[in-house]
Design a protein around this ligand. Structure first.
Ligand code: HEM
Length: 223
């Protein structure tokens, strides 16, 4: 492949990867809002109702396939780009260039790998049980639902899982913080006027999402 074709295909990969990343981020917002419902009532009715809606709505079932495809695309392209980067630049950055990057931007592949491991464990904890296992039903005045909320409460009574989730979500926050601004850069939306705003928005957004997700295991464990 010629050098220009090589860099063109790298840019194309970065663009697709950024779009997939931004799409995954939008999933996280919805996922957080629904999960936070579990903290609102001890009966878990609101959360179980919302989870029931998500599990039975046809449009959301289609969206779930798009979501898995987005994850796989983001992971595979991230891996390819990182390997290309290692091959093209076997000698490390000079110290000056290296330090110009934010600390966690150097570890996107590492934080990404930990998030991947987290996701596998997370799927075993919830998704596989919800889809293929038996979840005890619970009856409220509004109807009978699978008590998925109880699965969350039971998991976060275990301090080991709480620590694992908190650390993983913190790393997700750092991954998102750099990923957000980097996605806009890859999409060519780079401007001296708007870039500082995008960076600041990305950081505030990542902190809010991280705090939101971390609150759930902590509140359940300590209440
Ligand atoms: C306190 C934190 C979290 C809780 C309590 C939680 C809870 C859950 C539950 C109960 C499910 C199963 C839903 C179902 O299949 O009906 C699920 C699925 C899922 N979670 Fe989480 N989650 C948390 C954090 C995260 C994070 C940080 C990520 C991403 C890095 C994530 C990604 C996913 C994905 C991709 C699915 C499968 C898609 C889906 O079912 O909608 N979750 N989560």
């Amino acid at each position: 492949m010629s050098k220009s074709a090589f860099s063109y295909s790298s840019i194309a990969k970065k663009i697709v990867m950024s779009l997939a990343g931004l799409f995954l981020t939008s999933f996280l917002v919805v996922h957080l809002i629904i999960n936070l419902l579990i903290l609102f009532d001890d009966s878990r009715e609101l959360f179980n109702q919302a989870a029931h809606f998500m599990a039975t709505n046809a449009l959301i079932q289609v969206f779930q396939y798009v979501l898995f495809f987005g994850f796989i695309l983001h992971i595979i392209l991230g891996l390819i780009l990182q390997i290309q980067n290692w091959v093209a630049r076997p000698i490390r950055y000079e110290k000056k260039g290296f330090s110009e990057l934010s600390y966690f931007s150097k570890f996107m592949i590492h934080t990404g790998a930990i998030i991947f491991i987290f996701l596998i464990i997370h799927f075993v904890n919830f998704f596989i049980k919800a889809k293929f296992g038996h979840i005890e039903p619970i009856t409220y005045a509004s109807g009978t639902y699978e008590d998925l909320g109880l699965l969350i409460v039971k998991l976060f009574e275990d301090g080991g899982y709480v620590i694992f989730y908190v650390i993983s979500i913190l790393l997700l926050g750092f991954h998102l913080d750099h990923g957000f601004q980097s996605a806009f850069q890859s999409l060519g939306l780079n401007h001296s006027r708007y870039t500082p705003f995008i960076k600041a928005f990305g950081t505030i957004f990542s902190i809010a999402l991280t705090l939101g997700f971390i609150t759930i295991p902590l509140v359940i464990y300590f209440s």
